[in-house]
Ligand binder design. Structure first.
Ligand SMILES: Nc1ncnc2c1ncn2[C@@H]1O[C@H](COP(=O)(O)OP(=O)(O)OP(=O)(O)O)[C@@H](O)[C@H]1O
Ligand SMILES: [Mg+2]
Length: 430
């Protein structure tokens, strides 16, 4: 079977690498791919980003399964398009992807179905939003309704920060995508606790949890600096104890999948609940993403022993819903940890075009997944985005995985590269 992975970041490199391990896979195409997928003989980059052209190509090639990585093509309806041509695809429809593509939709859904999350209000008028901020007081959190690639959330510790966030997000200078109905912001209570990424597979009705993980959103060690797309992750996340896991499934994941089905928008694909777990182990939903996380995917798939193709075929079995209820995932008991290497100037203005050198050879317990890289005409590996690499290692515990990843990273040379020195710091405390 030939498989297509849509996207070109670290998540897609890890997905393509994992799918290529399946005995039933002949070729994995990656659209558009990156320098890492270009260098793997089992994978083939496909320089097509137009969704209609991609669909026509997949139809002409009789692609057996398509997996959509990032949120943008999901929010634009790529899954609906592929299905309309009778093609098998794993991911949410455009309507279901609103759980991520519209924070207002997502919060209203959670409220309607009694799913634990921060109290909130949605505003399209700046005056009303400003009045609410003054009445509420800081800290509070301001979120742009539409997709914002990590630029859409401000955790405001002062009223001034909150007011500025509203003016930025409702103003027309922000360059943010707005959903139908125009610019809106969600203003919600600030939640205390520890974060975790709780990602499951859904087939419209059945749910299969993936291993837990924890990302590091802030740019700098010590959780300082601006929010980013994520500077590193590890799996499993000890903060998600068996009790927290059971609560998250019972109070958040299952009511969400049931609620979507009841609302006539069955959810298929990866459902990612961003959790805030308070001191007494109660998880609340910060947000939903309708895709795998990046960089969480890299350590999670390093630990997955099951054949990912077989799992996704079970999830996309033709019919009202798949048969994930008949699948059990096998996991490597070890810990995996990935450190992101970012370009100088990331996240505001990342530098591109720097040679990427000193990459360690891949090993059973360590891999470098590429994100912002490309091969130039002379076959040189160059940086091409903010987040460039994710150096990922497996070991018996988080400290050893940390040590292994940083040892490998020590040999890598990219001018101006930046990375955090403390990925996994919370796990070493548990
Ligand atoms: N209510 C809240 N209380 C405290 N911190 C919050 C709250 N909501 C969001 N945050 C912080 O802001 C970060 C980003 O928020 P959120 O996950 O909603 O946005 P996002 O832009 O969709 O992120 P992602 O890129 O992970 O999808 C969270 O990881 C968390 O650190
Ligand atoms: Mg999100």
């Amino acid at each position: 079977m030939n498989v297509l992975v849509v996207g070109g970041w670290g998540r897609e490199h890890a997905l393509a690498w994992k799918l290529a391990q399946s005995a039933r896979v002949q070729k994995v195409f990656v659209a558009p791919g990156n320098g890492g997928t270009a260098r793997d003989s089992r994978l083939e980059n496909l320089p097509i980003t137009d969704l209609n052209a991609l669909t026509e190509w997949a139809q002409a090639q009789r692609i057996g399964l398509t997996v959509v990585g990032p949120e943008a093509p999901l929010a634009l309806g790529l899954v609906d398009l592929l299905r309309s041509k009778g093609l098998r695809v794993f991911g949410p429809t455009q309507a279901a992807a609103q759980l991520e593509s519209s924070k207002a939709f997502s919060k209203a859904f959670m409220q309607r179905h009694g799913i634990p999350t921060a109290r909130h209000q949605t505003f399209s008028q700046a005056d009303a939003a400003h009045a609410h901020i003054d009445a509420h007081g800081a800290p509070l959190v301001v979120k742009a309704d539409g997709l914002a690639a990590g630029k859409g959330v401000v955790v405001a510790n002062t009223l001034a920060e909150a007011h500025a966030a509203v003016d930025f997000m409702l103003g027309d200078t922000a360059g943010l995508q707005h959903n139908a109905g125009g610019a809106r912001v969600v203003i919600e209570d600030f939640l205390e606790g520890e974060e975790a990424s709780f990602i499951v597979l859904c087939d419209g009705r059945n749910v299969l949890p993936l291993a837990t993980s924890q990302d590091h959103k802030r740019l700098l060690s010590g959780d300082l600096g601006p929010n980013t797309g994520g500077m590193g992750a590890y799996s499993p996340a000890p903060v998600v104890t068996p009790e927290v896991h059971a609560r998250a499934m019972r109070e958040i994941i299952l009511p969400t999948v049931r609620g979507m089905e009841k609302d006539g928008i069955p959810f298929t694909g990866f459902l990612y609940a961003g959790l805030m777990i308070d001191a007494s182990g109660h998880p609340k939903t910060l947000e939903f993403n309708c895709r795998l996380g990046d960089p969480e995917t890299q350590p999670i798939l390093m630990r997955l022993k099951s054949d990912l193709l077989e799992v996704l075929l079970a999830a996309t079995e033709p019919g009202p819903h798949g048969r994930l209820d008949q699948v059990e995932l096998q996991w490597d008991r070890r810990t995996a940890l990935g450190v992101v290497v970012a370009a100088q100037g990331y996240p505001q203005a990342p530098r591109r075009g720097d040679p990427v050198e000193g990459l360690p050879p891949d090993a059973d317990d360590a891999r470098v997944f590429h994100a912002g890289t490309l091969l130039d005409a002379d076959g040189r590996l160059l940086s091409s985005g903010g987040r460039i690499l994710c150096v990922t290692a497996l070991a018996d515990n988080v400290r050893q995985a940390q040590q292994r990843a940083y040892d490998l990273l020590a040999g890598i040379r990219i001018d101006g590269m930046q990375y955090r020195r403390d990925i996994g710091h919370r796990a070493t405390r548990h």
